[in-house]
Design a binder for this molecule. Structure first.
Ligand code: IPM
Ligand code: SF4
Length: 471
């Protein structure tokens, strides 16, 4: 019988397999950041071990870093210690680190692909749940805990039980104004935050085939938000074109050999998945969340749901609690919800295509009075590229703040936070209580919806806006 894509990659990486035990997998790329690595390096130090493959290890500073005055010492003592510790560990163990201010610094899941380090057929791990992003290249990529980080640093391998396989078949043309973020928010609302548990998911179908690498990364990024171990897309010409010419991409004959291998990375015709889900892309509309988990979402054209409509009692309880935290009443049109802040950025939607999509909406328009918009490129290079295209000027002229790269307001670990009671439309991936700052309220949205919302001050799609005044 044939194999699925994830089975092929898995089997290619098994170092040791023994009945009743997890497989020992070889790891091709280990990404590291300041939050989940300190104890792992301490463990190595105590055991007197080196990093086994510093050449397959890459560190960056992203979570605790500020996005303003990045040439100044980090003011918050906890964040400063976190970043200083990573710097010391990287120096002591010979690990390449991209520090704040460095051209290749950025959110860990943005810089791996950008450098051409993330490639089809690889195993990629990081002490970070959104490592699933790298699956967009046809890699098995998943987040690991700190003790596993230590294991990979020490051995370049990881014991893992083989997950089940699932196909998410997404077919049809996306209607105008509907983007990858809407697809994944709609998917999670359909299957629930636990729907992918225990599975490596392959996103496939005509919608995925036509999608850019940026869009595929957005979808794979949020695999963890519906519980999947990892999410991946079969590599194709779009993937090869994206990888080619990047600093760590193979060149010459090596490139040709790599592409030949990468072309074999497809699910065989006669392979079967343990589960399948179908999604009709043509039926999708801009999607936004109303609650405190990424599955609590509805079309932008809908109303805040009444908890009573949920058949499951746990869902009813969760919805009631979420509406209370979010300070929303059932029946309120989503379009009437006012926001204080718009955050455009994160490893979900902080890539160049995301900034372009938002800039296209903002261009010639002004941000609503009383609304602040933070535009935070996912990496220093995305920021530079955007500036080269004049996107920073578009955002600044509309009244938005143009920031340095990092996780920023995606999570409350740095100065970019919501104040208690503040409400944000955010292009990030998590809307948990306090995620963007204690007492802050988050609506997850796509980049076009974020931009339109900044203009109207209430949740909106670009189609809701009056024509822009052209310069
Ligand atoms: C801080 C880090 C461990 C965390 C993660 O694992 O994802 C963060 O990146 C997040 O998005 O919540
Ligand atoms: S941008 Fe957000 S989701 Fe991504 S790694 Fe940073 S904190 Fe996690």
């Amino acid at each position: 019988m044939g194999k699925t894509l994830s089975e092929k990659i898995w089997d290619d990486h098994v170092v040791r397999s023994h009945a009743g035990e997890p497989d020992l997998l070889y790891i091709d790329l280990h990404l590291v950041h300041e939050v989940t690595s300190p104890q792992a390096f301490d463990g190595l130090r105590q055991a007197g071990r080196p990093v086994r493959r510093p050449d397959l290890t890459l560190a960056t500073e992203d979570h605790n870093t500020p996005t303003l005055n990045i040439d100044q010492p980090i003011a918050d003592p906890v964040s400063r210690t976190q970043v200083d510790t990573l710097r010391k560990n990287a120096a002591d163990f010979g690990v390449r680190l991209h520090s704040l201010g460095d051209l290749d610094q950025g959110v860990v899941h943005i810089i791996g692909p950008q450098l051409g380090l993330t490639q089809p057929g690889m195993t990629v791990v990081c002490g970070d749940s959104h490592t699933s992003t790298h699956g967009a290249f046809g890699a098995i990529a998943f987040g690991i805990g700190t003790s596993e980080v230590e294991h990979v640093l020490a051995t370049q391998t990881l014991p893992q039980a083989k997950p089940k396989t699932m196909a998410v078949n997404i077919n049809g043309d996306l209607p105008p104004g509907v983007v990858a973020k809407d697809v994944v928010l709609a998917l999670i609302a359909k299957v629930g935050t636990g729907g992918g548990q225990g599975y490596i998911v392959e996103y496939r179908g005509s919608t995925i085939e036509k999608m850019s690498m940026e869009g595929r990364m957005t979808i794979c990024n949020m695999s963890i938000e519906w519980g999947a171990k990892a999410g991946l897309v079969a590599p194709d010409q779009t993937t090869f074109d994206y990888v080619q010419g990047r600093p760590h991409a193979p060149t010459g004959a090596d490139w040709d050999a790599a592409v030949e291998y990468w072309k074999t990375l497809r699910t065989d015709e006669d392979a079967t998945f343990d589960a399948e889900i179908d999604l009709d892309a043509a039926q999708l509309t801009p999607f936004v969340t109303w609650g405190t988990n990424p599955g609590q979402g509805v079309p932008l054209s809908a109303d805040v749901p009444d908890p009573e409509v949920f058949p499951d009692s746990d869902d009813r309880i969760a919805a009631t609690k979420a509406l209370e935290y979010m300070d929303l009443r059932p029946g309120t049109p989503m379009r009437e919800i006012k926001v204080d802040t718009v955050f455009l950025g994160s490893c979900t939607n902080g890539r160049i295509e995301d900034l372009r999509a938002a800039a296209e909406v903002i261009k010639g328009r002004q941000i609503a009075d009383g609304v602040r918009m933070l535009v935070v490129p996912g990496s220093a290079r995305v920021r530079l590229q955007a500036e080269g295209e004049g996107l920073d000027v578009i955002f600044k002229e509309a009244g938005a703040e143009w920031r340095a790269a990092g996780c920023s307001m995606c999570l409350g670990m740095n100065p970019d936070q919501l104040a208690p009671g503040e409400r944000a439309a955010s292009t990030s991936n998590r809307n948990f209580e306090g995620r963007q700052g204690k007492g802050g309220r988050t609506h997850l949205v796509s980049p076009p919806v974020a931009a339109a919302t900044a203009v109207t001050g209430t949740l909106a799609a670009p189609a809701d806006l009056p024509a822009a005044v052209s310069a």
